[in-house]
Design a protein around this ligand. Structure first.
Ligand code: NFS
Length: 654
């Protein structure tokens, strides 16, 4: 167990309150239950009922003779398939919502970003000229739905990858077909007695993950942008201090934006605000947790209470009148936590019920009506509050860095491009870039590894893009503001100050990791940095990962050419051969390695060496930390006319 449970002082306060109130949280359960020493490193085989076979000590094969390599590879491949399924099923639901909206069956949704709709249409080979946006949207939705189930054809967005990468995928026969087929094939091949060659199994795992990244997830992002708007910079706040003692607090938690976007509308409905006042509240305060939070933060600036490990603790404040959940990353423990307080846990997805929770099923055909019903249930619960304690921590942030905005911010409408970014990598102001993403994991100190890695990277002039719970960790630490330059190396600082951006760019939820793929593809084809993603001086990290979805993301980054370091520990530690295949083996095969490295210092060191090696291979200027030390002399406070958040990372009060 880590020495410290968290670095977030608000979480420390809430853990004390939970203890005083007799509430057990995941932090307590992590202390009480150690990970299984056989399953954790991938040595438990449970694909048939003669087992589970535990491959430990003298037992090196299962009853059927399956080796440690086969077992570890099968376990990893299955986890990747499950992660891909989660993202992609979310993506499919977005396509169904778009279809219903375009056909006039879901009247509460509109096509907010017609420009993006038409761009996506062209990418999907849907004709868009001289057609209404609704006509185009119907065909885009149908083309997207067909992509998920494509049996033979590769998914359309493979064409968004650099031509060299596409050719490599085709040569290796891993250009993904519909993600449904790839997931089924992983499950089939890893069924008892089928594919029993670790490398072969893991190659299919890559194909499946690519079907997620360049298929299901990318469609989820694009369709969400079409329906709800493509994000641009937005200022917002984070941490527990955003809860209001005198207002109805509604927390949305989960992943899909379909319902939460409607709750944003319902929470600002004058009639419902009046209704809240009639119950003694001053108003309605809508906030988010996990990736649903990221979705409505990116587009609406809705504040974020916390990341994955903070979900039970939000309830412990006694201030949450309703926690509205849909799918993924929702701990069953929130229901037990809510029994100590008045909080109503409301499940909404037809796919996700939780025993003991209140159920209000969402239906996109009457979306706003359901959203209003949910908000009303929260308001009705306000008078039932007992004692309330809200830790007084609020941090400020800027989010909303879509691929489109990053393109725009480097030249405006007439000259948008990635040229300035590439040029600054070439001249060495920016040493390289990193995607730092992913979950919290109760086996490591909450947010600590995230923050350590990001601070080391930006100090070394590596531009960071972030998503998911990592982004929320950054938000809570004030790293998502342009004012936080004291942690940033001089070259990167100069570029960020010139453009007016933070050194850490929040790109959205976990399905929005697909935005990072799009950025990488554009950097690789812009010129000057090679011709393929694996030529770029970039790295991937998921420092506190826990979800199968994170494994799928890590895998599609690697298969796209980004060497990636996953933190915490390795799910394949039990097989040296599997570790070799996904590192040295994949480096040779696909041009990038998939590392599981629990030591964050080592991971950063290796990643910086990797970035420098890529620079050398491109024959770029050798990176020097002092070359630009004098050009970026401004630190916040020298000239910033506004409050500086950098020092007091947790600014008190709201
Ligand atoms: Ni991503 Fe989002 Fe967080 Fe991890 Fe879960 S919320 S989809 S899986 S825990 S980053």
């Amino acid at each position: 167990m880590p020495d410290k449970k968290t670095i977030d002082p608000a979480v420390v306060e809430m853990l004390e309150k939970a203890k005083a109130d007799g509430v057990l949280t995941m932090f307590d359960r992590a202390e009480a239950t150690a990970p299984c020493p056989i399953g954790h490193p991938g040595n438990c085989c449970h694909v048939c009922f003669m087992g589970p076979c535990r491959l430990v000590g003298k037992t090196t094969v299962g009853l059927c003779g399956a080796t440690k390599e086969t077992v570890a590879a099968r376990n990893l491949a299955r986890a990747i398939a499950a992660g891909a399924a989660a993202h992609s099923d979310h993506g499919r639901d977005m396509a169904l919502t778009l279809l219903a909206a375009a056909q006039g069956e879901a009247l509460d949704y509109q096509i907010k970003d017609e420009k993006k709709l038409r761009k996506v249409a062209r990418l999907l080979n849907v004709s868009e000229q001289e057609r209404t946006k609704e006509e185009v949207a119907v065909d885009v939705a149908l083309a997207a739905l067909a992509d998920f189930t494509s049996v033979k054809e590769e998914v359309a967005y493979v064409r968004r990858a650099p031509p060299k990468r596409q050719a490599l995928w085709r040569r290796l026969d891993i250009a993904p077909r519909g993600v449904d087929r790839e997931i089924v094939e992983v499950l089939h091949r890893t069924n008892m007695g089928t594919d029993q060659d670790a490398e072969h199994i893991l190659t299919q795992a890559m194909r499946c993950a690519l079907g997620d990244g360049w298929g299901g997830s990318m469609l989820a992002t694009d369709i969400s942008d079409i329906l709800f708007g493509t994000p641009g910079p937005v200022a917002a706040r984070s941490n527990f201090g955003i809860l209001r003692e005198d207002e109805v607090n509604i927390v949305v938690h989960g992943h899909e934006p379909t319902l939460s976007e409607m709750i944003v509308v319902a929470a600002t409905d004058p009639e419902l605000i009046e209704y809240a006042k009639s119950k003694g509240a001053k108003g309605i305060n809508l906030v988010g947790i996990c990736c649903t939070a990221n979705e409505i933060l990116m587009r609406q600036g809705v504040p974020v209470v916390g990341n994955f490990l903070s979900q039970e603790l939000a309830i412990v404040t006694g201030a949450v009148d309703a926690m509205v959940v849909d799918i993924q990353c929702i701990m069953q423990g929130i229901v037990a936590a809510a029994e100590h307080y008045h909080t109503k846990i409301i499940t909404t997805s037809p796919k996700a019920h939780i025993t003991g929770a209140t159920r209000i099923e969402f239906d996109e055909h009457r979306a706003l009506e359901v959203a209003k019903e949910i908000v009303r249930a929260g308001i009705d619960n306000f008078p039932n509050r007992g004692g309330v304690y809200i830790p007084d921590y609020v941090d400020h942030l800027v989010a909303g860095f879509s691929h489109e905005y990053i393109n725009y911010m480097q030249g405006g409408v007439y000259r948008e491009s990635f040229r300035p970014l590439n040029d600054n990598v070439i001249n060495g102001r920016i040493r390289g870039a990193a995607g730092v993403v992913g979950c919290n994991n109760a086996r490591v100190t909450q947010d600590d590894v995230h923050l350590y890695i990001i601070k080391e990277l930006i100090k070394n002039d590596v531009l960071v893009v972030t998503t998911g719970c990592n982004a929320i960790a950054c938000a809570k630490q004030g790293l998502l503001t342009p004012e936080v330059m004291e942690f940033t190396g001089p070259g990167l600082r100069e570029v960020c100050q010139t453009i007016g951006i933070p050194p850490v760019l929040h790109m959205g939820s976990c399905v929005d990791n697909s935005r990072i793929l799009t950025v990488l593809a554009q950097c690789a084809t812009e010129g000057g940095l090679g011709e393929d993603i694996n030529n770029l001086p970039v790295a991937g990290f998921a420092p506190e990962w826990m979800s199968e979805k994170a494994l799928s993301i890590g895998c599609y980054f690697v298969a796209s050419g980004v060497t990636t370091w996953m933190g915490v520990g390795s799910p394949v530690a039990g097989s040296e051969e599997v570790q070799r295949i996904i590192t040295e083996g994949w480096k040779e095969k696909i041009g990038a390695a998939y590392y599981f490295e629990p030591d964050p210092e080592k991971a950063v060191k290796e990643a910086l060496a990797h970035i420098d090696a890529k620079r050398a291979a491109l024959k770029l200027e050798e990176y020097s930390p002092t070359r630009y030390a004098r050009s970026a002399t401004y630190l916040p406070g020298d000239y910033a006319p506004f409050e500086v958040f950098a020092e007091g990372r947790y600014s008190r009060g709201g």
